[in-house]
Ligand binder design. Sequence first.
Ligand code: NAP
Length: 249
Amino acid sequence: MTRRVLFITGGSRGIGAGVVAAAARSGYDVAFTYRERRDAAETLLATVRAESPEARCAAYQLDVRDSAAVERVGDQVLDAFETVHVVVANAAITHAGMAIAASDEDWRAVVDTNLTGSFFVARQFLPAFLANGYGRFIFMSSIAANGMSGDVAYSASKAGMLGLSGALAKEYGRKGITSNALLMSLFETEMTMKELSAKNREFYTAHCPVGRIGQVPEVAAAVLFLASDGASFVNGQELGVTGGLDWLH
Ligand SMILES: NC(=O)c1ccc[n+]([C@@H]2O[C@H](COP(=O)([O-])OP(=O)(O)OC[C@H]3O[C@@H](n4cnc5c(N)ncnc54)[C@H](OP(=O)(O)O)[C@@H]3O)[C@@H](O)[C@H]2O)c1
């Protein structure tokens, strides 16, 4: 059987990097993007080459806010890998602060990256999915979709991704394409280390029924399940990867 191709945005570090490495180990060829951190992308490429020499893996610079760049890079990926079977919309940023202090620029940067960028990416790969009669969209959302105090734009963008995923599930389910979202709680990455207050960190560990913060391989395993043939009847769903902590203050 030919190898499946997984494309993921923001794969250079954090959860994305965990998904890239796990997908390569599981038999996928992987195309991933980074925005600025070429160093992190190069390090990851070297890791994948060492761990999974049979996997084809390539990194592309991309700012998902730029629809022309999404089209250009998307076409480069399709040319290089011939097709794409799984798209993971993962690139995201946060902006900590209360709603009253959020500027136009803060709002736009977060929503343009997390939500609009995810839409640009999904739209770019739909023709390939339709041509194959097969495709898996996976949107990396968060329990912040229900509202998280201290980042209104992030909360709104993550809620928007659920609507985006649900609409794609309904529009293209009959074409062999599934679309699902992961609702994640807290995982140890640069994003959370940078923005998470000590109070919020304490909240997560105190209230999570599993009693700890999540580990990146635990998200990667959920992504690989949604990407698998076994998940062919899982469509339009929001899968919690939260250790049981399904709410925020
Ligand atoms: N960590 C958590 O606890 C947690 C919880 C719930 C949901 N999530 C979601 O999981 C996903 C990954 O989170 P993470 O913690 O791994 O994040 P992270 O460590 O901050 O990594 C973010 C990634 O997104 C890329 N990126 C940022 N802005 C971009 C843009 N405009 N265009 C293209 N790429 C861009 C970054 O590229 P550079 O490296 O080049 O900057 C990086 O690869 C996000 O969707 C996040 O909302 C995370």
